[in-house]
Design a protein around this ligand. Structure first.
Ligand code: ZN
Length: 262
């Protein structure tokens, strides 16, 4: 079920939001438009980057400390421009861990496996991710924004699975928003949300945000901050794409909240 963004925008989300991104640009790329619509009260939100130690990028900067600093600076600029509080953790991302094989990096079949008992993809620092995410999600947030895992990037799946592992001990969390990653969602198989089971939560629908041209141009210009990652024309293509996220509401609150958003 697709929920109209204009309808969703009327839903007043009071309470604290936790936004998790595996890498420095996932939130900007995937929900830059959505966040610019100010649906989240800024004073109540905080974002975290999990795999902050990364030197891999598509514009082929040297793998060195200098690049690491450059990436950090770009990330900081985007969040400060977007007026979203954020912090970063320095777990090593896949490229930094030496994973260059596409089949190891992307596990598209695992993208549809949401089981609570599913294994975190066997990444080297999976336990560290799990422990870190556990601390973060237990901070008493009413809303949590999590990478959906579209395309099956192993770091994204590790973050997603870690959140699911700890949801049973986070009763304050009423809604999980799974944001579908750009650019992966542009060319990867979509997640079959209707077939997903998440213990304690029910699927309420998927919100799709189709940007108007004027908005696309704004996002493209904001994304140019990530100079080391993408060039101007890539930023334009990315910014014209629709953004989407799926909504999962805790069973006890399902009927009440669903009525307000659909
Ligand atoms: Zn990522």
């Amino acid at each position: 079920m697709v929920i109209d963004f204009l309808k969703f925008r009327n839903f007043k989300m009071c309470g604290r939001h936790l936004l998790l991104q595996p890498h420095l640009d996932d939130i900007a790329f995937s929900i830059g438009h959505v966040l610019s619509e100010k649906i989240i009260p800024r004073e109540e939100a905080i974002a975290y980057t999990i795999f902050g130690k990364e030197t891999f990028n598509i514009r082929n900067y040297a793998n060195c400390e200098k690049t690491l600093k450059l990436l950090e600076k770009e990330e900081e600029q985007w969040f400060s421009f977007s007026k979203i509080r954020y912090d970063r953790f320095c777990l090593e991302e896949a490229g930094y861990r030496g994973i260059s094989n596409v089949r190891t990096l992307f596990q598209p079949k695992a993208a549809n496996v949401f089981s609570e008992t599913a294994q975190i993809p066997p990444i080297e620092n999976g336990e560290d991710v799990n422990n870190l995410v556990k601390e973060l999600v237990r901070g008493g947030y009413r809303y949590i924004w999590v990478p959906a895992g579209v395309g099956g990037h192993c770091d994204h799946l590790a973050v997603r699975q870690s959140v699911l592992n700890h949801m049973p001990s986070c009763p304050e969390t009423q809604i999980i928003f799974f944001y579908e990653e750009l650019p992966y969602s542009h060319y990867s198989a979509p997640i079959k949300w209707e077939e997903v089971f998440i213990s304690g939560f029910k699927f309420a629908g998927r919100v799709v945000y189709q940007p108007e041209q004027v908005k696309s141009e704004q996002k493209a210009s904001n994304l140019e901050i990530f100079y080391s990652q993408i060039n101007e024309s890539q930023a334009k293509v990315l910014s014209a794409q629709a953004e989407s996220f799926s909504i999962w509401i805790r069973n006890e609150n399902f009927e009440e909240i669903k009525l307000k958003i659909t």
